[in-house]
Design a protein around this ligand. Sequence first.
Ligand code: DLL
Length: 445
Amino acid sequence: MTGIPDDYSLEIHPASAPDYMPVPQMLELQLGRLRATVRRAYQHVELYHQRMDERNVSPEDIRTLDDVARLPFTVKVDLRDSYPFGLFASPLEEVVRLHASSGTTGKPIVVAYTQQDLGVWTDAMTRTLAACGLGRGDIIQNAYGYGLFTGGLGAHYGAEALGATVIPISGGNTDRQIMVMKDFRVTAICCTPTYFLHLLDRAAEMGVDVRELPLRVGVFGAEPWSDSLRRHIETAGGIKAYDIYGLTEITGPGVGSECRCQVGLHVFEDHFYPEIIDPDTERPVPEGEEGELVVTTLSKHAMPMLRYRTRDISAFVPGSCPCGRTLRRIKRISRRSDDMFIIRGVNVFPSQVESALLAVEGALPHYQIILTREEGLDQMEVHVEVTPAVSSDKVGALENLHNKLAQSLNQTLGLRVAVRLVAPQTLKRSEGKAQRLIDRRNLDQ
Ligand code: DLL
């Protein structure tokens, strides 16, 4: 009994075999890998050693998968505090790649991969693209950013291992993207859903009807999007739009993916063990109920993660999937339990904005972040109050301050942000929590 329905068997990529593993076999595999991961983390990472000692848990105490609940959680701040290499479980000589993502302050968080880790990541991304119905013969335009962001290289290696043809175009330069999509007869695109919206708008302006191109699949993720946005994209682009999920701390994209049924994302749980917990009580919620997704890596060597609190809100989807995959499914991420927001695929914490502003002399700690969407593209504007001394100064001083703030934000966030200086005492003061963030984007369109 493989659990693979007959009508699907012809399409299955060899890398996807574990997607259909009988559940008892999967549980056994997970337990073996969990025990090895915990042992490795305990022996090689000071933080895990300390935290497990504090909880009186030793690697030998992990006897069943339920014992995962005895392990300590890991949070983003732990990566900040151990910046840059403090959570590595492998010597640097074995680390072949580093990536980074936003931290909560001025410094990013850093993650490491051994050659074997890159293999695991590639495997997860191959299975992701296969689940989105792609294979040999497909021409994949990879418009996720290449660089420290995991989207570009993650999708790239997966697409190559799948046997598809990959175009490593990276993000940006929209007119060229449209030319390539048309001229290279692209069949699939990987990018954020909002960037694809922007591509559709621009294509229309250029007189290109994307529905008439060979493009048939979109592999979208890295930011929250809704089912109504999916319907809009599918109709306007004449494609099937799939949701894929992942995060730098765990590996990058490839943690979970929708399949052709488009009801929840299968988690590649032979590599990434998921839990859904109540963020307040920290206890598991009943199946089907919303809670925070917590992930433990089962195969990573360079940087094992024990019970990483993703802050992403989801739920397990009950029942089995008609696609035949036995992997558990999680609902699309609806929101986060913290104040992080994502703009043009870049994660931003209001606290990062604050550190960037306060690094510049002459700005008061009164500011407001305003998010809008124009022609499908997210825009961010920061309004900053200036000190009375600067505001009464010559125009030159204001311009100088403006440029410094923009530069500081750009450097800290890795994102170009519009800055507007406002006179002292003009931003609304609040009696309780300051309303720092005004999000005028409508996620439904
Ligand atoms: O965004 C990895 C990725 C790249 C995923 C390409 C999918 C496609 P980070 O930059 O570390 O990694 O951001 C991770 O983005 O915790 C979620 O809050 C959010 N996120 C990622 N995928 C989705 C999604 C990549 N499909 C953070 N839906 C995560 C909603 C998503 N939010």
